[in-house]
Design a protein around this ligand. Structure first.
Ligand SMILES: Cc1cc2nc3c(=O)[nH]c(=O)nc-3n(C[C@H](O)[C@H](O)[C@H](O)COP(=O)(O)O)c2cc1C
Length: 194
């Protein structure tokens, strides 16, 4: 069931040292290709990175888990593939919605194959542009990191508007989520509880 998969998927930031199959990466991009696109312009392009040397270089341009200042995946735990989502500005100036949807399509296809993903917007874009020789007309929107999971984050009910995820003593990540009653309304917006 797609519902179960969507609710059970969590962002994974620590990965096993195991290669991601090529055909899975291709299917991820194919799913992104066929995802909804504003005005059906399909302005996105995708670079798959799986070359060993490039994996390390791309890793060095990414910022992980902003709420955990001491955390970054170790070199052993780093992602084993990336899909870089680019906006072709010659096709459209607007690509944020499309890029978000594409990133989710990629994440769900990968999850279905037993992979973990992390969507990243916190990117040293100019360095990544140089490393991958991306021309100026292509804007770097998002990076999706992929690999087999080496962690199992847990969701928690959010308390007092605290959106910050945290690590416990065992190194397990806990991710607060808002309650359904807080975000869902029927027909008209109620006054939220005080
Ligand atoms: C558009 C977008 C950008 C994100 N950028 C980053 C990022 O730069 N670094 C990071 O570690 N996580 C990033 N994340 C992952 C979020 O932190 C994560 O989705 C959130 O904590 C909720 O956890 P969950 O995906 O397990 O539900 C991003 C997520 C989205 C949707």
């Amino acid at each position: 069931m797609i519902y179960e998969k969507i609710i059970n998927r969590r962002t994974i930031r620590r990965y096993l040292n195991r290669e991601v199959p090529r055909d899975v990466l291709i299917r991820c991009v194919d799913a992104a290709r066929l995802s909804p696109s504003m005005a059906n312009k399909q302005p996105l392009k995708y670079i798959i990175v799986n070359d060993e040397e490039l994996l390390e270089e791309v890793f060095s341009t990414l910022h992980w888990a902003g709420y955990l200042p001491d955390f970054s995946p170790s070199k052993e735990e780093m992602p084993r593939a990336y899909i870089i989502i680019l906006l072709d500005r010659e096709i459209s100036e607007y690509g944020d919605y499309d890029a978000g949807i594409a990133a989710m399509s990629i994440s769900m296809v990968a999850y279905d194959e037993g992979l973990g993903t992390c969507i990243l917007a916190s990117i040293e874009r100019e360095r990544l542009r140089e490393i991958l020789r991306i021309p100026e007309k292509l804007e770097i929107k998002l990076v999706v990191a992929l690999g087999y999971p080496a962690e199992r984050p847990i969701i928690e009910e959010m308390e007092e508007d605290n959106v910050k995820y945290w690590l416990d003593n065992q190194g397990t990540l806990h991710v607060p989520k808002r309650k359904l009653e807080e975000i869902m309304f029927w027909n008209r917006l109620n006054t939220p509880p005080a």
